[in-house]
Design a protein around this ligand. Structure first.
Ligand code: ANZ
Length: 808
């Protein structure tokens, strides 16, 4: 018998799959499609690690399952190559990002192939390829034409280390998501995509998604819809008004001061000679703080501006303060402070001795005046609204404000527009140019792509502009005979990854971004697999798809039906794998140790439910390798044996059908670790049953075992399939079906005790009488001698389970 040798059979099958392109797919309206994709990787210099391998094996096992089930499976791959990591890596190594990217892709590709991932390689895409980014620029153009791409001056997050601005979604805990540097706010003119125009739609559609609850909640909170009112407060002695946003207009009689965000545009206009310097200084200190820091529950700080407003409800004069707990980018960047009913305002008022006016009384309990009360209740100190319920009054007050022309109902979102300008070289150029007066013009569609030039010096600097600004050749452009200067910002890499799932459906189209029929056939994605980007990427891709639907480019608005969000593979000691700690596990190393890709794949699917983190365990992979060896031996023993008649085939079939049902159902609930456990159990049971000998009928049983193993261990399953005499690909051999009739247990086992001690077992048909059972039990060899020790004085019979003889 041949030994199981993965290093021999794996390359053999990889070559065959490649040569015959069996994973190529084309749209076929007569076939049901299944679109499965992992989030495409950024091809780093480090290569794939076992965490990635788990993610793509999950994709691949599901893809193979559906392919075997006759679905027209699209399982593509591409490379997310533009962006900061690639450029930073290039700066570190001195190799241009273009060259490094190509080298890294070659390595990744090799790794994918050696893992046996069943990809349609004709659909490979690369976001930094002009054939691709031409269409990223085209999409920018469409957004621009609809007013959804615009330029604005504002305070934005700036990373001093990466020397670029960042989107809100890329600031994590006040730090740059890429390098971990504390970010600060800088005022700059930047390009944005108006994602807020889709806020309501994006929020509403969350309910319809088959995504993990956790991710849906994060998206809901990120969009952060608040319903309330906008109220204007006239500045005392000035012809100007301050607008605030409040979710509690019912508390307006309790507003006792106004707080502006330090970056509020009016701040310095409100200053007096004695406050100006302090305000200026406070503003500068605040700009250095992250939003998270500003929202932390710390002792409040603030400064009085020296000016006042009039409360339109109470007529009281209220001081205007500034404090960093009011955020510049939210609502109106200003609040009416109601210390009796808001925690932060309460703390602020206490610290600076400002008036606290109670306007809501909790109906059943007395609220201690040394506390704030943020709930609903009965209105007090609120003129003719007194005595009413606060929640009822809310609308009335808004109507009253509207009538007086000083306020209106308003919905606010926490989500801001998506900042896409990056002052970095390695990105998709923004297809805009400026005329001599500084007016912006789109680069005409027939002049796309705006090519990213090869620059020797692409390092960012403190100028606030990308290295493209240093290239005269790039800067100069003529549009309709007029000389113009190009925009030098490039697009956030997330723009490139917001449409790639559709490009996979039509990757070589050079006339349009995609053909709608093709996209409408394959997409939306049925399974999208990843373990990162809960908000940013998954929100952006939703936004763009809604936009594409509005343009008529797709007939659906949501790009991803089902999201599988997987856990991480940690190092052996449970800590995060990282290159710097030297505790990463390289999948190719595991393969080359002799275990092969199939053991690695099967182990990674067996290690834990996919959604959980798991620690790498070298013993685990050895265990899986032993399991595959047992399957190898079993099948080879069968093919080598001289088949004879056996009388236990009914038992064999029962094991077969029980396993088919379990594995199939497990696949449908993406419970791949339990599916593998069932295959292991089946193998063990077959080992026991084969002791009687193999019959010809075992062929079908073992073939089914291989078909079920193929999604996990495709090389070995293919090889054994061939050894069993098949000359087709196992991928096309169909998925086994179970017969419910064969699942019914028709015999039962009964335990036999003598004086409460287990002495034997008997098997008998499900339908049996007490007498039959007792007769058989007394006749059982192992029981007989204990019964002979005395006289049976009692016989206890528990149907289908147990007989106990009491002997004295
Ligand atoms: C008066 C008031 C009284 C408020 C009360 C609350 C309770 P969400 O739910 O987060 O939207 N607010 C408005 N703009 C703000 C800003 N730029 N920075 C910090 N806080 C701001 O919360 C809305 C509430 O947060 C608003 O309602 C406002 O305080 C505050 F008993 O107005 B409220």
């Amino acid at each position: 018998m041949r030994r199981y040798n993965p290093s021999e059979i794996e390359p053999k099958w990889q070559k065959k799959w490649d040569e015959e392109a069996i994973y190529s797919v084309s749209a076929d309206p007569n076939k049901q499609k299944m679109y499965i994709s992992g989030m495409f990787p950024y091809p780093s210099g480090a290569g794939l690690h076992t965490g990635h391998a788990r993610s793509y094996t999950l994709v691949d096992s599901i893809a193979r399952f559906y392919r075997q089930n006759g679905k027209n499976v699209l399982n593509p791959i591409g490379w997310d190559t533009f962006g900061l990591p690639a450029e930073n890596y290039a700066i570190k190594t001195g190799v241009s990002p273009k060259v490094a990217t190509h080298e890294n892709i070659a390595n990744f590709k090799k790794q994918f192939k050696r893992l046996g991932i069943s990809i349609d390689w004709d659909r490979e895409i690369n976001t930094s390829d002009p054939e691709y980014y031409k269409w990223t620029q085209w999409i920018f153009t469409q957004l621009y034409k609809k007013g959804l791409a615009y330029r604005k001056e504002s305070y934005q997050w700036w990373c001093d280390k990466d020397k670029t601005v960042l989107a809100n979604e890329q600031v994590e805990g006040g730090k740059c998501w890429r390098c971990g540097e504390e970010v600060k706010k800088k005022q700059m003119t930047q390009w944005f995509f108006k994602i807020t125009a889709y806020a309501d739609e994006l929020l509403e559609e969350i309910d319809s998604l088959d995504w993990p609850k956790k991710i849906k909640t994060m998206q809901r909170n990120w969009i952060g819809k608040s319903e309330g009112a906008e109220v204007e407060f006239a500045i005392d002695g000035k012809d100007k008004k301050i607008k605030v946003f409040t979710t509690r207009p019912d508390t307006i009689f309790g507003a006792s001061f106004i707080v502006l965000a330090p970056e509020h545009p009016y701040l310095l206009d409100l200053a007096t000679n004695s406050t100006r310097e302090a305000l200026e200084e406070y503003k500068q200190t605040s700009l250095k703080k992250s939003e998270i820091e500003r929202q932390e529950n710390k002792e409040k700080t603030g400064i009085f501006t020296g000016s006042y407003v009039i409360n339109p409800a109470s007529g009281e004069k209220m001081p205007i303060w500034t404090s960093d707990y009011v955020l510049g980018g939210y609502g109106e960047g200003a609040i009416m402070a109601v210390p009796a009913h808001d925690e932060r305002d309460f703390e602020f008022a206490n610290k600076f001795n400002l008036p606290i006016i109670k306007v809501i009384e909790k109906s059943d309990t007395i609220v201690d005046d040394s506390q704030y009360y943020s709930g609903e209740g009965i209105m007090v100190n609120s003129a003719n609204f007194n005595g009413q319920d606060s929640s009822d009054v809310r609308e009335e007050i808004v109507a009253w404000l509207e009538e007086k022309g000083i306020g209106k109902a308003k919905v606010t979102y926490k989500m801001r527009d998506w900042l896409i300008s990056r002052q970095r070289y390695w990105g998709c150029p923004i297809p805009i140019a400026y005329d001599k007066d500084g007016n912006e013009h789109l680069i005409p569609e027939d002049q796309l792509p705006v090519l990213l030039p090869d620059l020797a010096d692409f390092k960012p600097d403190d100028s606030g502009r990308s290295a493209l600004a240093k290239s005269e050749e790039f800067l100069q452009v003529e549009i309709n005979g007029e000389k113009m200067t190009r925009e030098t910002d490039t697009m956030d890499g997330y723009a490139c990854s917001s449409w790639y799932l559709f490009r996979y459906c039509d990757p070589k189209n050079n006339k349009e971004a995609w053909n709608s029929d093709l996209v409408n056939y394959f997409a939306p994605v049925d399974y999208y697999v990843g373990g990162d980007h809960a908000v940013a990427h998954l929100l952006y891709i939703r936004f763009w798809t809604h936009f594409f639907r509005d343009l008529g480019l797709t007939n659906f608005a949501e790009p991803v039906k089902k999201l599988l969000y997987h856990g991480y593979i940690n190092a052996e000691d449970g800590t995060k794998m990282s290159k710097s700690k030297g505790n990463t596990v390289d999948p190719l190393e595991v393969i080359d140790q002799g275990y092969g890709a199939d053991s690695l794949r099967t182990y990674e699917m067996f290690i834990a439910p996919y959604e959980l983190d798991a620690s790498w365990d070298p013993r685990g992979i050895a265990g899986v390798y032993r399991f595959l060896n047992r399957v190898w031996t079993l099948v080879n023993e069968f093919t080598d044996s001289d088949k004879k008649e056996v009388n236990n085939f009914g038992e064999v079939q029962k094991v077969q059908h029980k396993t088919i049902k379990k594995v199939t159902e497990d696949f449908h609930r993406e419970s791949l670790n339990t599916a593998i456990a069932a295959l292991m159990e089946m193998t063990n049971e077959l080992y026991k049953l084969k002791l009687v000998g193999f019959s010809k009928e075992w062929q079908g049983v073992l073939e089914d075992l291989l078909k079920m193993l193929a999604p996990f261990a495709p090389h070995m399953a293919s090889e054994l399939w061939e050894i069993m005499g098949n000359n087709t690909f196992i991928d096309h051999a169909g998925w086994p079906k179970w017969d419910d009739k064969l699942l019914v247990e028709d015999t039962v086992q009964i335990m036999i005790q003598v004086n409460g001690k287990l002495r034997g077992k008997i098997s008998l048909p499900k339908e049996h009488t007490k007498e039959e059972a007792l007769l058989l039990a007394k006749d059982e060899e192992k029981v007989k001698k204990y019964l002979a020790e005395g006289e049976i004085i009692k016989e206890i019979f528990v149907p289908n389970k147990l007989i106990n003889f009491v002997v004295k």
